[in-house]
Design a protein around this ligand. Structure first.
Ligand SMILES: Cc1cc2nc3c(=O)[nH]c(=O)nc-3n(C[C@H](O)[C@H](O)[C@H](O)COP(=O)(O)O)c2cc1C
Length: 378
């Protein structure tokens, strides 16, 4: 099957699985430990059911949304994912370009394999920077300053990464933590010539981080052990707030009391997230956290949700429960792995079409009509 024959995101995942060597597919697809949080993210969406309104004039529909006060074609953002260049050469650029063409913001990961400046050059759309807080804070600061200069409108500070989750698939293939590939992994790469042709044999490199290390510093001295700052706390968040003049989101919040603290620290919004089930296995999903957090913040923060969004109807459910929008993690990356930029565009088009159908079938002429009463209780 070609990427453009995929009728849903699961089809794109199937193509990605075939096209990628195992260590790349497992990096994208996998979660932490027993992958309960990963599976639960999908279940949380499946368990919610619509209570559709009937006989509403839905002859003209509008899927547009306002995200952080600016328009988007859909209440969705192409979210931050690292190492996209493993799925397709210059994968970050492909994701950014496809997002811009589809009218969605793109959030670039700190551990992107493309430079901040290159993304800004090729993608004329709305750009957000996801930032990890590194033990060497100067590196995080420098990348943020470069994003500021390049016109990025928002920083998404990830708070659920004091240490890396235990991703057992990556431990088995040898991708993480130190890229010591097993013989089986090396053979597997050779068995995927089409992947080799589109990716070349570049080793995964965190180019933005490396540039800040300066000449003569070995990236291995930094990447891996002790890279992420486990001391990052609420006082630090306030300091980040003071230094970053544009929109600031905190990603990785799952509790209403933490949402209140984030509000007090001056953030503009939250991404309710368990990191796609890649960090704390057994954590609740962002979707599950949404109703309580929405009640607590009562419109004072922009709320985004991620984890398990594979259908346009999932986007509708999150919006109905009070989210401004969702972040898409794996869905566009499966598209990328299946067909490069065109594959990402296809993934977004699938979700946009499903979202539009969901609006029609729930009796909503536009995304603003998605309210809590459309979701069945219990
Ligand atoms: C391959 C991959 C890499 C990721 N890299 C990052 C990252 O660098 N920074 C970050 O904040 N989140 C990262 N995430 C988490 C996503 O931003 C998002 O929270 C998650 O993927 C949402 O779940 P979903 O994949 O089920 O949509 C990554 C997720 C995946 C699948």
């Amino acid at each position: 099957m070609r990427y453009d024959q995929a009728v849903n995101i699961e089809d794109l995942r199937t193509i990605a699985k075939r096209r990628l060597p195992r260590f790349v597919f497992d990096y994208v697809d996998g979660g932490a430990e027993d992958e309960r949080a990963l599976a639960h993210n999908r279940d949380a969406f499946s368990q919610l059911r619509f209570l559709p309104r009937t006989l509403v004039d839905v002859g003209r529909r509008d899927s547009c949304a306002s995200l952080l006060g600016a328009p988007a074609k859909l209440p969705a953002v192409v979210g931050p994912t690292g190492l996209n260049g493993l799925s397709w050469r210059d994968g970050d650029l492909a994701l950014a370009k496809a997002a811009a063409k589809a009218g969605l913001p793109f959030a670039m990961s700190t551990v992107s394999m493309s430079f901040v400046e290159d993304i800004a050059r090729v993608a004329p759309g709305r750009l957000w920077l996801q930032a990890y807080v590194f033990t060497e804070r100067a590196i995080t600061d420098a990348i943020m300053q470069r994003a500021l200069a390049a016109g990025f409108e928002c920083v998404v500070l990830t708070s659920d990464f004091p240490v890396a989750g235990k991703r057992e698939r990556d431990l088995r293939t040898g991708l993480l933590p130190q890229q010591k590939f097993t013989l089986a992994t090396k053979l597997d790469m050779l068995m995927h010539p089409r992947w080799l042709a589109t990716v070349a044999t570049r080793r995964p490199r965190f180019v933005n981080v490396e540039r800040e290390l300066g000449p003569g510093r070995d990236v291995n001295s930094f990447v891996g052990h002790g890279m992420f700052d486990a001391t990052f706390d609420w006082d630090d968040l306030k300091r980040f707030r003071d230094r970053w003049p544009r929109k600031l989101l905190l990603k990785g919040v799952l509790r209403a009391d933490d949402a209140e603290r984030a509000l007090a620290a001056g953030v503009d919004g939250l991404v309710l997230s368990n990191h796609g089930g890649r960090q704390l296995d057994g954590a609740i999903s962002g979707l599950e956290a949404l109703p309580e957090v929405a009640r607590a913040v009562d419109g004072r923060l922009s709320l985004f949700v991620d984890g398990g969004v594979r259908r346009g109807s999932d986007i509708a459910k999150a919006v109905a429960l009070g989210a401004e929008g969702v972040l898409l993690g794996r869905a566009p990356v499966y598209g990328l792995a299946a067909g490069g930029e065109a594959g990402v565009a296809h993934a977004i088009a699938i979700l946009a079409d499903e979202f539009d159908r969901t609006l029609a079938l729930t009796g909503c002429p536009d995304a603003a009509a998605l309210h809590r009463d459309l979701i069945a209780r219990g």
